[in-house]
Every structure is written in C-alpha cells, then in structure tokens.
Design a protein around this ligand. Structure first.
Ligand code: C2E
Ligand code: MG
Ligand code: MG
Length: 626
C-alpha cells in the first residue's frame, strides 16, 4: 500500500511539474514567432487531466487554473481567478501562507495533503506539490493538485481489512479470546509496565483436566462448546484489565496485572478452579471438567516472558501430579524436579535399548507351609553411573512418556524367558506376577501379547498373574478409560490370567469393584503392614481387609513382611500369603532356582532386614535379629 501511495504521489508530482510549466507558458507574453507552437501548448493544456493552479506568492490570489481544475472545483475560470488560495485549498492547522510554505518544501516523495473546497460545498482529499517561479515582476507558485479521494477511500478500506486481519491473527476464532500471538506481542510490554511501576504480575497457566477424553467421547462439537464456556467463565472471574489468552487446545493463560501479593493470586486461582468445576450444560448434557493451574510471579519467578511462562507451565504439571483440580505456585525446587525428570526420561530411552533394564523376582509365600506359591517380577534399572534406580523413581515418568508400553513388553518377554530357563534347569514353576500400569493396560493389547508369547515359550497363560493398582485402574473417573481397562481385564481373565490388586488399601478400596472385576488376589499395601504390631488403626484396617476378602473368596497377600511379629500378626488375622524381606529380597533370575525346588523355604536362619532398596545399593540383607 505504501508503495502504491508513493508511486501515485510521485506520478502526481511529475504531472504537477509538467502542468505548471504549461500554465506558466500560457501566462507568458505572446509573440508571433511562438503563436503556432502556443496553439499546440494550449490544446495540451486544455486537455491535461490533472488539476493545476497558479497562485501569487504575496497576495495568495489565484492567477490561473487549467480546465481540469475548474471542472474539479466547479467554478468557471473567471470565478476561480477571483478567489484566494484558501478559498479552494486548505490544510489542517496552517493558513494560506503556511500552506504555500509547506508546498514549496514538499517533495515528490511527500506531497502536501490538502482539502479541496468545491463550489457545491463538497470537500475532496487532494495532494499537491508546487514550483516557485518569477513571471516578470510577479512571484508565483504553480501547483499540481491530484485528487486522492478514491485512493484514500481504498486506503481506509484496506486499513479496515488489515485491522480485521490483525484481529483474526491475534484472536482465537472459537472463543474470541486473544491468542498466543497476542500474548507474545503484549506480555513483554506488561512486564515493562510492571517493572516501571514496581508492581507484581502473575502468569497463570491453565490446563483442563482430561479434556481429551471429553473431546474423544462426546465429539469435537461438544468439546468446542465446552471450551467456549470455559473461556467465558475464566473471563468473568478476572478483572477487565487482566488478560485471558487461549494458547491452543485446552490451554489458557491468564495475566493478572497490578498484583499486590500472593494472597490475591491464590484467591483468583481458587475462584477460577471453583468456577470451572461447576457443572456445565452443553447440548442438554451436564459435563464436569476441572482445571490444573500453575502460577509464576514477576519479578520473583522470572524476568522475561519465556521464563515466566515456562515456570508457570512447570507449576501446572505439579498441580497435575498433585491429583489435578488445584493450583500450584512455582518454586525453584519444581524446576529442579522437572529437569531431573527430563534427564530420567531421556536416559530411560537409552536404557531400554542398551540392556540396562533387568527383572528381579521376589517370592510370595504361603504362611502356613512356607511354600513359595508365586514370584513377583520387579523391574530394575541398572544405570551405568547411578547404580540401581528404583522403579518408584522412573515408572511414573515412563508412564507419562508412554515408555511404559515397550518397557512392559520387555518385562513380559524377559519373565517368560526366565521361566523357560528355570523349567529347563529342573525348577518346579510357580505362577509369576507382573506389574502392569494403567497406561499399559489401556494402550497395549496385553491379552494378545500374553497369548502369543506364552504359546511361543510353551507356557500356560494361567502361569501369569497381572498386578494392577486400584487407584490407577479401578477409580478412573472417566467412563471410557474405566471401560477400556475393564475390557482389557475381561480378555485377560478369558485367557486364564489371574488378576491381583496391588497396594490395596491406598485407594478407595471399594467392595463393588472387587465383585465386578472378579479379582483373584488382594495385596495389602506394605504401608499398613509396617506398623501393624504397634499401630491400632493399621491393625483395624488390615483385619477389615482380610475379613472382607475372605467373605468374597479372594486370596490375600500381606506385602512388606520384614519381621516375625508382623508375620505372626497377619497369620492370626487369617491372612494366607505373605511377601517381604523376611522371606527373600527380589533376586536376579539365576538366583531364583532355589525358590523353585518345591520345598518350603527354610526360615530358621532367616534374619529380617532393613530396607536397603531405598538406598539403591543392591540386594544385600543386613542383620537385625527378630
Ligand atoms: P509393588 O508391586 O507393590 O512391589 C513391591 C515392592 O515392595 C517392591 O519394590 C519390593 O522390592 C518392595 N518390597 C518387597 N518386600 C518388602 C519389604 O519387606 N520391605 C520393604 N520396605 N519393601 C519391600 P520395588 O521393586 O522398588 O517396586 C516398587 C513398585 O514399582 C512396585 O510396587 C510396582 O508398583 C512398581 N513396579 C515394579 N516393577 C514394575 C514393572 O515391571 N511394571 C510396572 N508398571 N511397575 C513396576
Ligand atoms: Mg506389585
Ligand atoms: Mg504392592
């Protein structure tokens, strides 16, 4: 557009100069010699399409005008010559003298913008340049005037269009909220403002909890409507000068300005979580969504946009980790954890390929006979520089990164390999339990893999047991995820695979799903077993679990038995099976043949041990006589 304006302006300037010469030519005293040539000039002048005017420099009186000028203003030549410059051309803020001065310093690149006043009262937008010259004793300027009304109209339309495009580019078309580009353009300015005024700024990173599920199960249309409602609710919760941005998908950012303390930020975050957790009616259906919010503060948590957004995002992940539907303020410790997490994730990928993963086995024992009735396969990561890394540190990360699926396949395959090896070495096989996380259960076709691999290794699927944690699988709020798990469990049962619930007691421990999912075994979490002998409430919980399981004909394993008193207590309460360091620590496959002799474990020399696993120092027991 600017180029066009320049080109037209330049053209106008050239035309103006030419016309001025023609006009001046007309004003010069006529001589015979030139008469014939003058006729040609006269014709050219009459037909010249661009308006031109000659004005006396000292009186501002119009001296002459060409037909294009008289046509444009609607005056006759005589009427025009009776007028002053200011009757026909004006420029905002300057008088006729000022205008002439401006015209004389105007260049082809920047002509003077003026208003042309016509006889009929209309006003047109024109541009002009001029040439000053002396005609005899008279100082005049010859003006070339170019009508730019149409161009101005086109320019203003274009500007309007540009503004519309600009709006579109900086706003989200679904919710109408400013978008990521807008944030990138405005946040640095808001930070500068806060710095100058010495106030705080809060960056809230919002991510809807399990929105993907709503989108997948109810369709994108419903998902879109939900996002609109979310946008409206967030907007209505904050002040008008705060900024609410949709970053994309189910992510929003809120910038709170002029924050006077962390309490205000907490209040606002709490109000947003509350506003969003209220049910929303979309297409006649009531939907419930919640939000996880991470908060970073300027200047405390970062000095620029990138840092503030990154830290708010980190805090948001912390909110997700803490069970969603809450908000977390950023702290430097979170950043450290995140970096550690990223490091673990990347080295875990290498671990899978470079054979750093191993499977160890721990016996599950029948208390009365001390026979090994099963083994539990436990994943081990032997890091080249950190030694053994505990599954608790890396399994959740592997789940989040989706790595748990290939890792789970590795555990299954290695377990079956070890079982065939034990069998070949004369061991009497017992069922082996593998731990399966919710992600793995839903994403991989576990039943198909078990069916295929057991066939390949010549083993019965019934020789496998799958351990699922109750919180991860049974208490999923989304029906879809629960249904997916239920289907997967159903297929495993059809194959003859046994189902155990791990860490029982740490979740809701609901009777209804125990019946519905027809589980075979419950494993009482070791946190209840640890202080069983001294803690009355742990004792009450464990005895209730055992009584309930008996009633439902479900086997019970007490996990984490480290001492004789614990073992005696669970036995008295009616628990049939136990697992723990008292019997054996998890061992590599080549040390497990001893458990598969068909003979009871000899515990006469067994010493209960302290938990050395947590030090990651390997499997050496430490004496602590019971
Ligand atoms: P879990 O399935 O409940 O496994 C039992 C954990 O208790 C094991 O920890 C075991 O070493 C430990 N343990 C056994 N007896 C005692 C005892 O007497 N005292 C104490 N203090 N601890 C005892 P580990 O091997 O560190 O595994 C931790 C968790 O990691 C497992 O808990 C399981 O949830 C998960 N995990 C382990 N292997 C896998 C796997 O292959 N896949 C998946 N998805 N998760 C796994
Ligand atoms: Mg387990
Ligand atoms: Mg457990």
């Amino acid at each position: 557009m600017n180029q066009l304006a320049f080109a037209l302006g330049a053209l106008g300037g050239v035309v103006c100069a030419s016309i001025a010469l023609v006009l001046v030519w007309r004003l010069r005293p006529q001589s015979r010699r030139w008469r014939e040539r003058d006729t040609t000039q006269q014709d050219a002048f009459e037909q010249w399409p661009t308006s031109a005017l000659v004005v006396d420099v000292s009186t501002h009186q119009i001296v002459s005008g060409n037909p294009a000028m008289t046509r444009s203003v609607g005056y006759t030549f005589a009427e025009l010559c009776a007028l002053h410059l200011s009757d026909v051309l004006t420029c905002e803020g300057v008088d006729a003298g000022g205008l002439l001065e401006q015209l004389q310093s105007a260049t082809l690149r920047s002509p003077v913008e003026m208003h042309q006043h016509c006889k009929d009262g209309s006003v047109r937008n024109v541009e002009g340049t001029c040439h000053r010259m002396t005609l005899g004793t008279r100082e005049v300027v010859a003006l070339g005037v170019h009508d730019v009304t149409v161009r101005r109209r086109a320019e203003s339309k274009l500007l309007e269009k540009q503004q519309q495009l600009d709006h579109l580019a900086h706003h989200d078309h679904l919710t109408g909220l400013p978008n990521r580009l807008h944030l990138a353009a405005s946040l640095p300015g808001l930070i500068d403002e806060a710095q100058i005024s010495g106030s705080m700024l809060a960056v809230l990173f919002l991510d809807l909890d399990r929105f993907k599920h709503i989108n997948d199960s109810r369709g994108h249309d419903t998902g879109d409507k939900l996002l609109k409602t979310v946008a409206q609710r967030v907007r209505a919760t904050v002040r008008s000068h705060d900024l609410v941005v949709r970053m994309g998908g189910d992510e929003f950012v809120v910038i709170l300005r002029d924050v006077n303390g962390t309490a205000t930020v907490s209040d606002t975050s709490a109000r947003i979580t509350q506003a969003l957790s209220a049910p929303m009616v979309v297409d006649g259906r009531t939907l419930v969504t919640t939000v996880s919010i991470g908060v970073s503060l300027y200047p405390r948590d970062g000095s620029d946009m990138g840092e503030l957004l990154r830290h708010a995002d980190t805090a948001m992940y912390q909110a997700k980790d803490k069970g969603r539907n809450n908000f977390q303020m950023f702290s430097p410790a979170m950043d450290k954890r995140l970096k550690e997490r990223i490091a673990i994730e990347s080295s875990l990928r290498t671990a899978l390929q470079s054979r750093q993963l191993e499977v160890h086995y721990q016996p599950i024992v029948e208390i009365e006979t001390q026979h090994v009735v099963a083994l539990e396969a436990l994943l081990r990561w032997k890091h080249p520089s950190h030694g053994y890394v505990r599954p608790e540190r890396f399994v959740p990360i592997a789940e989040e990164a989706g790595l748990i699926v290939p890792i789970g396949e590795f555990v299954l395959q290695r377990t079956l390999e070890d079982m065939t090896q034990w069998r070949q070495s004369g061991g009497q096989l017992v069922p082996v339990a593998i731990n399966v996380s919710a992600v793995q259960l839903q994403r991989s076709n576990l039943a198909e893999a078990i069916s295929r691999l057991t066939k390949q290794y010549g083993l019965e699927p019934a020789m496998l047991q799958v351990e699922l944690t109750e919180s991860a699988v049974f208490e999923r709020r989304e029906t879809r995820a629960r249904e997916a798990s239920q289907d997967a469990v159903g297929r495993l049962r059809e194959l003859g695979v046994h189902i155990a619930i791990d860490d029982f007691g740490t979740g809701y421990s609901s009777l209804s799903y125990l019946k519905r999912w027809r589980v075979d075994t419950l494993k009482i979490d070791r946190s209840f077993v640890r202080d069983l002998v001294t803690d009355m409430s742990d004792l009450a919980i464990v005895s209730a679990i055992i009584a309930m399981a008996r009633h439902l004909h479900i086997k019970v394993v007490a996990e984490g038995i480290e001492g004789w008193p614990q073992l005696e207590k669970v036995r008295q309460l009616g628990c049939t099976y136990a697992q723990g360091f008292l019997f054996a620590r998890p061992m590599p496959a080549d040390k497990c043949l001893a458990y598969l002799s068909g003979q009871p474990l000899d515990l006469t020399e067994r010493l209960p041990v302290l938990d050395l696993e947590s030090t990651g120092s390997g499997e050496q027991p430490r004496a602590l006589r019971a």
